[in-house]
Design a protein around this ligand. Structure first.
Ligand SMILES: Cc1cc2nc3c(=O)[nH]c(=O)nc-3n(C[C@H](O)[C@H](O)[C@H](O)COP(=O)(O)OP(=O)(O)OC[C@H]3O[C@@H](n4cnc5c(N)ncnc54)[C@H](O)[C@@H]3O)c2cc1C
Length: 505
């Protein structure tokens, strides 16, 4: 397509959302679009968002990133899951891994066989005893493993931890090399077409005007175009997810690099620990309705395992979503579109999934009512599915040792979640939607980890004899131990393949 017929895409905001959007559009629709990104160093970015889920590998593959280079440049590490500490009750600990535990037999999910053995008293081990990811994480091991030996067991599914600011720089370099034009400046005014209400241009402080055919609002919590200009409302989900503040602080790196994120429940929220090559990311997410900023600060600092490298940075947010994700000729991507707190590291995934959906539905003409409606429908459903999964962590608890936990345990939850909990508690079956981001294995681990013990299991799991079941379980553990024994330590794997250079400050 010639330059004359190129349409102009204007992305406002250069945080993780802005630069992922720019990179993906440049890669996939580059020839047909002239892409401009406006950001302001004076405003800056939210500066957090360092843990991911495995879907990010798909994005990196589409962009053509070399994994080792990517991890070197972002001081990244590998992640096999999230360890939840003190959630169901104090003293509890479980890993929500990215993989399946055990092996399904005759299309019956493994946890039904495990349930049968554990309820009959034949096996006192927990489900995670049969998890490759759990054993690898517990031993601090990581290597690429597609399949376990010559069995049908899949290998290690993983994601990354990385430095959020270096990630945005990496994406920026990539995007600029593919023709994205960056403009530095603060957007001070927005112009609209008097008839259609579409955005026609933005004006920067100093007077420069940037015209566009389509605009993407990546201005973070400000939601400059979608919220402030177009007036699209926000659904507040704080009654289900009451945390509304965080304090984030970097600390020195951990001696060994655990290949997982840790989320430790606190009296009025929870604290994250994210291991990077050069430092550890920490943050305390809490509810201002149940604690003070000073108390939250003290909890954060007391929970650090290594020396703090800066003062904690406060962040405020409201969990929820925009009423619409695309309105007129403008879509909101990233924090401007809504926010689900970082308990399951889903925000970067939402950026990626919204970008890919927008590219699939990108309007070919001014009339895009059908595409817009479809985009809004699918984004809303995705937000709601993830919301329910997050609520499960808070609501399914025996904790009643603080006002916060009593509230979470006793609050009313969406009917969609109640149905899933009841079904699992009855028979270990899952009522997840087919397009749910979280796989059956994820729901099972979090339901069990939070303390639900199903009353029964799928009767199809009774098709094998007790002796066969016992042999099956024993063999599985042996195979898993053998596979984990063959993995490098996470530390050695990084040293060998993707060690970042020493930090120069
Ligand atoms: C406490 C916390 C922890 C999180 N942890 C995780 C995690 O572990 N994993 C995960 O996936 N996600 C996490 N997230 C979410 C993640 O940080 C965000 O999804 C991600 O950083 C994207 O942010 P953004 O680009 O939408 O907004 P921002 O980073 O805020 O960027 C906004 C951009 O807009 C620009 N801008 C704003 N106004 C103007 C203006 N008037 N003119 C010009 N430019 C403007 C700014 O300069 C900036 O470039 C976390 C979020 C929070 C709050």
């Amino acid at each position: 397509m010639s330059k004359q017929t190129q349409r102009k895409l204007v992305i406002v905001g250069g945080g993780t959302a802005g630069w992922i959007t720019a990179a993906a559009f440049a890669r996939l629709l580059g020839p047909s679009l002239s892409i401009h990104l406006v950001e302001s160093d004076a405003i800056g970015t939210v500066g957090v968002g360092e843990a991911t889920i495995p879907q990010i590998i798909r994005l990196n593959t589409i962009l053509g990133f070399d994994e080792n280079d990517f991890l070197k440049q972002t001081y990244g590490t590998f992640k096999l899951g999230i360890e939840f500490v003190d959630w169901g009750k104090k003293g509890d600990r479980y890993l929500h891994t990215f993989g399946d535990a055990g092996l399904n037999l005759a299309n019956v999910p493994f946890h039904h066989y495990w349930h049968r053995a554990s309820q009959s008293g034949a096996d006192a081990k927990d489900l995670w005893h049969y998890s490759l990811h759990q054993l690898a994480a517990a031993q601090g091991r990581f290597s690429k493993l597609d399949r376990v030996g010559n069995t049908a067991m899949t290998g290690l599914a993983y994601a990354y931890h990385f430095d959020a600011s270096l990630y945005a720089k990496y994406l920026r370099k990539y995007s600029e090399a593919r023709g994205v034009t960056r403009h530095e400046g603060i957007v001070s005014a927005v112009q609209r077409d008097g008839e259609s209400g579409d955005i026609t241009s933005i004006t920067l402080e100093g007077g420069a005007q940037i015209h566009g055919d389509f605009f993407i609002d990546c201005t973070g919590f400000r939601a400059l175009l979608m919220g402030q200009e177009l007036g699209i409302g926000y659904q507040d989900w704080s009654k289900w997810l009451p945390c509304d503040r965080a304090q984030a602080v970097p600390s020195e790196r951990l001696d060994s690099l655990p290949p997982y994120t840790r989320a430790t429940a606190k009296d009025a929220g929870w604290q994250w620990r994210i291991p990077l090559q050069h430092r550890t990311g920490n943050g305390h997410v809490y509810s201002s309705g149940f604690t003070t900023d000073d108390a939250a600060h003290d909890v954060l600092m007391a929970g650090l395992e290594t020396k703090a490298l800066a003062d904690p940075r406060p962040i405020r947010f409201t969990t929820g979503r925009r009423e619409q994700f695309w309105s007129h000729n403008c879509a909101a991507i990233g924090l401007s579109s809504g926010f689900l707190e970082p308990l399951e590291s889903t925000s970067i995934h939402l950026i990626q999934s919204h970008v890919s959906r927008l590219i699939q539905l990108f309007p070919q003409s001014a009339n895009a009512d059908a595409e817009r409606a479809e985009y809004n429908r699918r984004c809303a459903a995705e937000f709601e599915q993830i919301r329910d999964f997050l609520i499960l962590h808070y609501h399914q608890t025996d904790r009643e040792d603080s006002e916060f936990w009593r509230y979470c345990k006793n609050m009313e939850v969406p009917v969609s979640l109640t149905h899933k909990r009841e079904l699992f508690a009855s028979s270990g079956r899952l009522g997840r939607d087919v397009d749910d981001l979280f796989r059956e294995a994820s729901w099972v681990q979090v339901m069990l980890g939070q303390g639900i013990t199903p009353d029964g299991h799928d009767p199809m799991a009774d098709a094998i004899s007790d002796a066969q079941l016992s042999e099956f379980l024993g063999n599985l553990r042996t195979i898993i131990e053998r596979a984990v024994g063959g993995l490098s330590t996470h530390q050695d794997y990084i040293a060998k393949n993707c060690a970042a250079p020493p930090m120069t400050s």
